[in-house]
Design a protein around this ligand. Structure first.
Ligand code: GLY
Length: 310
């Protein structure tokens, strides 16, 4: 339980640290400095305001940090160009390293910056939201949105390590925590009936819940296995596409509503209800599942229908 989990992808294998992850982060940074590799951190401005101490304690210097506006709009061309210029103006070379300190938006953006700068440099994920801890920081999907749609530009680019520190969730707004729970519930639905049952029994979780660290680890185990089996989502059926449960609806909602109106996890929550209803209509699920899914989402104060017509 205390050991790091390995995402076994051959020469691209990497650890996910769950316990003592801040120590593992400091040790990694010390090794990079020893090897004289330049580092930089992409971080969201809100988080930097509240948790600059975390980066300082890990050993990062102020001028290594690029702060970007919080919110989904940061996953777009302009902030991407800003980040690339930050690296270029700092004369970062191919040995340089990018750290992502933030939620899914920063992780996806930083990963794509790393994937494309000088044709690819190393990067590390330090997820700070529940959604990023259980989903987006693991598996190497990186990218940005276009006005035409979400995640339309990107690359599969695996991080070198993921450092999950649940203490960071303490500063996460309740709405953001709930949005992460939508992805947790997704794992229960797509791959782990026992997890879904457990979530129903536990009721509303919070960053302080005793059960949370084991649940985060369980989600990472499920995701790691799916990614190992189908890293680039090419399986003819099932495979990595399973992780998109509810996401086709969610992406349409986010795109039609304008990014920022719904948090990604909130759109996923509505998407899960719609996907469950569709499965019932197709005769693939018993009708009672719709109510179960709605109830579990509502336990976490997640939306289960559109706030207003799009
Ligand atoms: N978030 C879906 C995936 O990583 O495939």
């Amino acid at each position: 339980m205390n050991e790091a989990l390995t995402v076994a992808l051959g020469d691209r294998a990497y650890p996910i640290h769950f316990t003592d992850s801040s120590k593992a982060l400091s040790a990694t940074l010390a090794e990079l400095r020893q090897a004289q590799r330049a580092v930089c951190v992409l971080c969201d401005a809100n988080l930097l305001a509240s948790r600059a101490d975390y980066l300082k304690a890990a050993g990062f210097a102020q001028d290594e940090i690029l702060s970007l506006p919080a919110g989904e709009n940061t996953k777009s061309i302009e902030p991407y160009a800003t980040a690339l210029s930050f690296l270029a103006q700092g004369n970062r070379n191919r040995d340089s390293v990018v750290f992502a300190f933030g939620g899914g938006v920063i992780g996806d953006l930083a990963g794509f910056v790393a994937a494309s700068y000088l044709r690819g440099i190393d990067f590390y994920q330090i997820p700070t939201s529940l959604l990023a801890m259980v989903d987006s920081s693991v598996g190497g999907k990186t990218g940005i949105n276009l006005p035409e749609g979400k995640n339309l530009v990107g690359a599969f680019w695996q991080p070198k390590a993921v450092f999950i520190d649940t203490d960071l969730l303490g500063s996460l707004p309740a709405r953001e925590f709930a949005a992460g729970m939508a992805e947790v519930i997704k794992y229960g639905l797509l791959a782990d009936r026992a997890l879904f049952d457990e979530l129903e029994t536990l009721g509303a979780l919070s960053p302080q819940s005793e059960a949370l660290p084991a649940i985060i680890r369980r989600c990472c185990e499920l995701k790691a296995q799916i990614v190992i089996d189908d890293e680039t989502e090419t399986a003819a059926s099932g495979g990595r596409a399973l992780l998109n449960l509810g996401h086709t609806f969610a992406h349409a909602i986010e795109n039609a509503a304008g990014y920022g109106d719904y948090l990604h996890g909130e759109a996923v929550a509505i998407g899960l209800v719609l996907a469950t209803r569709l499965s019932v209509e197709l005769g693939q699920l018993e009708a009672s599942w719709v109510e179960r899914v709605i109830q579990l989402l509502e336990t976490h104060a997640l939306p289960v229908r559109l706030k207003s017509p799009l």
